[in-house]
Design a protein around this ligand. Structure first.
Ligand code: NAP
Length: 300
């Protein structure tokens, strides 16, 4: 099913990786965009994105790229945002709508307030809760956002027209758009996404630093590789998430540490009953959480 007239005239995509590339592919598949202009650091990414039909034009300079933009989507690692915002500030058309896909929202909101103040009311912070452990434009695919949440965290200043345009853009990708407060988003994601990624990286390091590492990796079963799949994610992206969502992540890590201490205590004391209860309650909570998720998915 495709729309007949593209609703977005010129989409400028700063960052043509897994998320930016998948967004462009999804919008193109729905004939929802007339032209996609891509910006990346390397010409190789631009050439590949052109060859794959993800973008229609490539530009190395973000300022030049946004000159006729209708929508600008920033889809680069979080710590690049201040430099990119400075680079586009003087070139953005006054009526262009700016959005982003960054995994942390309060940091991005503060950066836009500081580096793009004239555009603040036409900036819609966004985060698609979708991804894989792969990165780069070659890993992008049009179906990535289907039936996945996209969280928008608009501010009181954000215009309704801007929110509705960006919400409409994501709906066309097959996503389910919800709105949330930016700091609340960061707390929720610290517990549900950032903590599991940090734990996966640290679990791999536990084996990697062991004197018998080769034997351990060879004998590690499917469970280990299932559990640590996300430790193959891009280290730059995860460094940036940890640096820009420090307090919520530290809170989640401290909570996790106290859970580990509870297990250490029970094993040290050989507290059979406590350990059984601990694991049984965790299993029950996980099964119940999955049931709710399945019911909601069937309803949608
Ligand atoms: P990615 O696949 O690694 O792609 C990043 C893109 O940004 C590449 O095209 C890269 O260009 C470009 N880039 C990096 N630094 C740049 C700079 N200084 N100027 C211009 N372009 C630059 O990353 P991704 O996974 O799509 O993640 C992008 C954003 O989405 C991040 O903010 C992340 O927090 C967010 N996000 C990621 C996921 C996920 O699961 N991956 C999910 C939701 C949100 P080159 O190719 O030339 O290096």
């Amino acid at each position: 099913m495709t729309d007949t007239t593209p609703s977005i005239e010129r989409l400028v995509l700063i960052g043509i990786g897994l998320i930016g590339g998948s967004l462009a592919r999804a919008l193109k598949r729905m004939n929802a965009v007339e032209q996609v202009i891509g910006v990346a650091r390397s010409r190789g990414t631009g050439d590949l994105a052109l060859e794959l039909g993800v973008i229609d034009r490539f530009c190395m300079d973000p300022g030049e790229a946004v000159e006729d933009a209708s929508i600008v989507v920033i889809a680069t690692p979080l710590l690049t945002f201040p430099v990119i915002l400075d680079a586009i500030a003087k070139h953005l058309p006054i009526d262009a709508i700016v959005t982003d896909v960054g995994s942390v929202k309060q940091y991005v909101i503060n950066a836009v307030k500081r580096h793009l103040p004239e555009h603040f009311e036409r900036f819609v912070p966004g985060h698609p809760i979708a991804g894989t452990e792969r990165s780069g434009v070659h890993a992008s695919f049009a179906e990535l956002f289907e039936r996945r949440h996209v969280v928008l965290t608009p501010l009181p200043e954000t215009t309704d027209a801007a929110v509705s345009l960006i919400s409409d853009m994501w709906t066309k990708t097959g996503a389910d758009v919800i709105t949330m407060d930016g700091s609340y988003h960061d707390q929720v994601l610290a517990a549900t996404s950032h903590l599991p990624h940090v734990i996966a990286y640290s679990l791999v390091r536990c084996l990697a630093e062991h004197p018998e590492r080769d034997t351990l990796f060879e004998f590690a079963a499917g469970g280990f590789y299932d559990f640590t799949r996300i430790a193959s994610s891009d280290p730059v992206m995860w460094r940036d998430i940890c640096m820009t969502n420090r307090e919520p992540i530290l809170g989640a890590l401290r909570e996790f540490k106290s859970q580990l201490n509870a297990i250490i205590g029970a094993v040290e004391k050989e507290d059979n009953e406590l350990l059984h209860q601990y694991f049984a309650q965790a299993k029950q909570a996980r099964d119940a959480g999955l049931d709710v998720k399945k019911k909601n998915a069937n309803r949608g």
